[in-house]
Design a protein around this ligand. Structure first.
Ligand code: ADP
Ligand code: MG
Length: 379
């Protein structure tokens, strides 16, 4: 270990290099009180191992003038680059704020993502937004959000213009309705895997798949799942952010074991995340839980998820087989490719759609059976 300074984030518990101002997991300011040297013993045993060694400290943060931030935080009503009229805030993630806007020249609704309230924009924030724009722009698939434009606001704050999606994220849907009916879960898994297949074909691994980053777009009657947020994706056309900053990126609940261990990761981390998401859709519960990041990571590394039948006794066994294969701890035991998982999901659909199907749809009113080894997820 290089003896480089890091700060253990009070929000997510992970170590961030000292010049990181914003926790990439929670989006909250990293508190600087609890500095330690990385050469010190780890604060807690079993702590996730990021690629921390041999990492040069990031560049000096790119300071943004206070007046620019002030202007950005009151974006509503402003016209950006003479053509985008910002109307209202429609979403927030770990990094960005998403606004409904209108392209005045085309009279077309759009979504604008920017970083209006990040107190100190670093080169990393800037780079993340720009790489998200480039990676998303290189993909063209109905299950991946479409990008229209990108630019820099007031010469300082990056912004990206996307197609405006209508509906809700998968996380909101699960939060509101609880477990989803199996046929709907299969539609969503199939759509997301199709989009993912297009990304993987180009060597792009998302690495941060989670229900917050899947949007159920409902324009008209049809619901189309759309993958969002390629901000921390790995792409052959871009430098990876994680190896240049020595941090674990991603949300702990959906991290694959090899991501937690800081081992080499490939496209199979996305298949793991899809297993977690599929499980969560059909049960309304996350398969790996815990009181804090260490407990969640220990659960992922050491314990199998509670079997599906504990929560959904009537779900066909074939569903469990698909999810279990995606959730193999050893990546070489998982599906070898997204196409393979997609084929398994399609086969599953034909099996469960047989007239003799023995599953029941999971409705909001159906509380999962309690299981001591699973905590009801908290958001
Ligand atoms: N194109 C869009 N149209 C409508 N809402 C969106 C769009 N993109 C993102 N959102 C909303 O904003 C939230 C955060 O977007 P995301 O791109 O994931 O940002 P972050 O990188 O900060 O996590 C999403 O969960 C969703 O609710
Ligand atoms: Mg996001």
């Amino acid at each position: 270990m290089s003896g480089e300074w890091f700060v253990r984030c009070a929000h997510c518990g992970l170590p961030h290099v000292v010049s990181e101002q914003i926790c990439p997991i929670t989006g909250k300011p990293v508190e600087m009180r609890r500095r330690k040297k990385t050469s010190d013993p780890r604060p807690e045993a079993g702590f996730p191992q990021a690629n921390e060694a041999q990492v040069p400290p990031p560049q000096i943060p790119h300071q943004v003038k206070a007046e620019s931030l002030q202007t950005a935080s009151s974006l509503i009503g402003q016209v950006i680059e003479g053509k985008y009229l910002v109307r209202e805030l429609v979403g927030r993630g770990g990094m960005g704020a998403i606004y409904r806007a209108e392209n005045l020249r085309l009279a077309k609704p759009v979504a604008i993502k920017t970083l209006p309230n990040v107190p100190l924009l670093s080169e990393q924030h800037f780079a993340r937004m720009m790489r998200e724009a480039r990676i998303t722009g290189s993909l063209n698939h109905p299950n991946i959000v479409e990008i229209y434009d990108c630019g820099v606001l007031h010469g300082q704050i990056p912004f990206v213009v996307f197609e405006l999606l209508e509906g809700q994220t998968l996380s909101s849907r699960i939060e509101l309705d609880g477990p989803l009916p199996l046929n709907e879960s299969l539609d969503i898994v199939e759509g997301v895997l199709s989009g993912l297949a297009a990304a993987h074909l180009r060597g792009i691994v998302h690495r941060d798949l989670k229900p917050d980053n899947i949007f159920l777009d409902q324009r008209g009657k049809k619901i189309t799942p759309k993958i969002l947020d390629f901000g921390i994706a790995h792409s052959p056309i871009e430098e990876t952010l994680s190896t240049s900053t020595g941090m674990i990126w991603g949300t702990p609940f959906y991290l694959a074991p090899e991501q937690i261990r800081g081992r080499a990761c490939d496209h199979r981390v996305d298949l793991w995340a899809m297993g977690v998401i599929f499980y969560e859709m059909v049960t309304g519960l996350r398969p790996f839980n815990g009181q804090g990041i260490d407990e969640i990571c220990r659960h992922i590394l050491n314990e199998p998820p509670p079997p599906l039948w504990v929560h959904c006794p009537n779900l066909p066994r074939e569903v469990e087989a698909v999810i279990s294969k995606a959730l193999e701890r050893d990546p070489s035991s998982r599906y070898a490719s997204v196409q393979e998982m997609l084929a398994a999901v399609r086969k599953l659909r034909t099996e469960v759609e047989q007239p003799t199907q023995n599953f029941i749809s999971q409705k909001k009113t159906q509380e999962p059976q309690s299981d001591e080894s699973t905590l009801r997820f908290r958001r």
